[in-house]
Design a protein around this ligand. Structure first.
Ligand code: TYD
Length: 139
């Protein structure tokens, strides 16, 4: 959905199976997330002050979770920016395709878990913001 806007992103409460011995959160394709899960990856050991992201995807949908620690997810559709502060392993932001994202303000030990709709494909990335804005306005 390349005509997506920041308002198509949703903060999802994924739920929690609580137990005195520890909590558990579940993400299943087409249930907690509106796509079939094809790939999971996670960012960790991000040095203080570093930022990640800085790209958009043409067709990839994602769910982004702070599995540990916290960070900010800044999303842009070329017109509007929206920032989510993620700090709970049972909360996630669902992002449809066609949005620019940046990740920063990582706490020490943060883990950014990404649950994605497709396998890795470099051709799906737009890594230049001006190119993203042009692509978006051409949709
Ligand atoms: P990238 O998505 O640019 O990282 P971030 O958005 O977190 O800053 O990926 C960084 C590098 O890792 C890039 O060279 C591509 C590679 N990569 C894979 O090979 N497979 C993957 O699934 C991902 C997410 C990245």
């Amino acid at each position: 959905m390349s005509n997506s806007t920041v308002y198509d992103c949703t903060l999802l409460h994924l739920g929690k199976v609580q137990n005195p011995a520890g909590n558990l959160t579940i993400v299943e394709g087409s249930l907690q997330v509106p796509f079939d899960v094809q790939r999971v990856y996670y960012l960790y050991d991000v040095p203080g002050g570093e930022a990640r992201g800085g790209h958009a995807h043409r067709r990839l949908h994602q769910l982004i979770v702070a599995a540990s620690g916290s960070f900010d997810l800044i999303i842009s559709d070329g017109r509007t920016r929206r920032t989510f502060h993620l700090a709970r392993p049972y909360m996630g932001v669902y992002m449809p395709a066609g949005l620019w994202r940046e990740l920063d303000n990582f706490s020490s030990g943060a883990i950014c878990l990404v649950i994605a709709s497709h396998l890795y494909d470099e051709a799906d990335y737009i890594r230049d913001y001006q190119q993203f804005v042009s692509w978006k306005s051409a949709q």
